[in-house]
Ligand binder design. Structure first.
Ligand code: ADP
Ligand code: MG
Length: 376
């Protein structure tokens, strides 16, 4: 039986392991926290630091293949493992590019993939030198996640919000829609593509409110997005699963924002709403099985369940029992012991042929389910 390891034990690892249970595979997880969401779903748990060379090398050395649920891992160790014959999904060379927003941008330029024009800044003075480039978005080249490490710089007065380290300064895009496409690549290079999803943001919280699949796009924009996402992923020359985030402008232009070379938040809905989920698909890739069907069974809406403001401590899911009465709403509680304001604690996927039904149920859940602590 193949032995396959996951670097990271969060919710993505957890859902990947749920799908692994259907296949003949021995699963391993490397993570510091023995109580992480994925810890009790794998065959073998190893306590260790995914950013540490020795920990990652020792973990991977005994395995046939390794994958990731987060990009921030020790890439040197993965390169060494790859040299020694361990398969790595995605290839470490791809991780090198993805881990730096600066290298990602130059990758897009090099391969003529449409993306917002940009320049690099090395410190805050560099930013001050480029006021003619504003309005722009300043992005820390390394170490940012979930919007931390991204600042909108509209004019000179925003300049102090910028980063005093290597960063990308890219032109602010007039965004009509943010969409994402998941693509799976088999070891023989065959690619399959999920229908695009549309992210809807909460303007007051600057946070993902919910996500719809399929995205509502004009045919022409749809095909453009598909072609751009495919060429983005094809040029990585790596098997695995990828999420390509894109902006659609009011003029119908499609620009790549960023790519994640792994299972992704924007593919959660595929568990219930698609024949082969992103997690099922990655096992098919890694085990060298035929790829699954990416077709939608039904349109869907996915909403994250996040920790409520003002509550930190042992998580309590207020209203969950009542919400479970809702038809065709599928709840995933990640099993994180502690809640914090804004922390991703779970998600719900709703499936329906009616958009109004999707939105109505999502709203009901938004206002009636909250992640709090028993004692505030
Ligand atoms: N060039 C841009 N123009 C306008 N908005 C942007 C631009 N780049 C990013 N954003 C906004 O900021 C969000 C986070 O940026 P992103 O680069 O995806 O960072 P992260 O790695 O934190 O996800 C995007 O989802 C988008 O809403
Ligand atoms: Mg992003």
């Amino acid at each position: 039986m193949q032995k396959i390891g996951i670097l990271g034990g969060g919710q993505l690892g957890r859902m990947l392991l749920q799908a692994a249970a259907n296949y003949p595979v021995e699963t391993h997880v490397l993570e510091n926290d023995g109580h992480c969401p994925a810890a009790h779903l794998c065959h073998y748990f190893t306590k260790g630091d995914i950013k540490n060379y020795d920990d990652v090398y020792a973990f991977g050395k005994k395995l046939d293949a390794v994958t990731i649920e987060i990009e921030n891992v020790n890439i040197d160790a993965l390169e060494q493992l790859e040299k020694e014959g361990v398969q790595v999904f995605p290839k470490p060379a791809v991780l090198r590019i993805i881990c730096s927003k600066a290298l990602q941008k130059s990758y897009y330029s090099e391969h003529k993939i449409p993306t917002s024009p940009y320049l690099l800044t090395h410190n805050i003075d560099d930013l001050a030198q480029n006021t003619d480039f504003l309005p722009a978005v300043h992005k820390l080249a390394e170490g940012g996640y979930d919007g931390k490490g991204v600042q909108v710089i509209n004019d000179k007065s925003d300049m102090t919000k910028g980063f005093d380290a290597l960063s990308v300064l890219e032109k602010k895009v007039d965004i009509k829609k943010e969409i994402a496409m998941m693509i799976a690549v088999a070891t023989d290079g065959k690619m399959v593509l999920y229908p695009p999803v549309e992210m809807v943001f909460d303007p007051s919280l600057n946070l993902l409110a919910y996500q719809l699949c399929p995205a509502e796009l004009d045919r022409e924009v749809y095909f453009k997005a598909e072609a751009i996402a495919l060429s983005t992923v094809r040029n990585f020359n790596s098997a695995g699963i990828f999420a390509v985030e894109m902006f659609v402008t009011p003029q119908g232009d499609v620009l790549v924002n960023e790519t994640a070379p792994r299972v992704h938040n924007s593919g959660h809905h595929t568990i219930e709403a698609h024949y082969s989920s992103q997690f099922d698909m990655l096992w098919r890739v890694m085990l060298n099985y035929p790829l699954g069907s990416t077709d939608a069974i039904m349109p869907s809406l996915m909403q994250n369940i996040i920790g409520a403001e003002g509550f930190s401590g042992e998580a309590y899911y207020e209203g969950l029992e009542e919400m479970l009465k809702i038809e065709n709403a599928f709840f995933h509680i990640y099993g994180k012991k502690e809640t914090k304001p804004g922390r991703k604690m779970g998600h719900v996927t709703i499936v329906s042929n009616e958009k109004a039904d999707l939105l109505h149920k999502a709203n009901k859940i938004k206002y009636n389910l909250s992640v709090v602590t028993k004692e505030p």
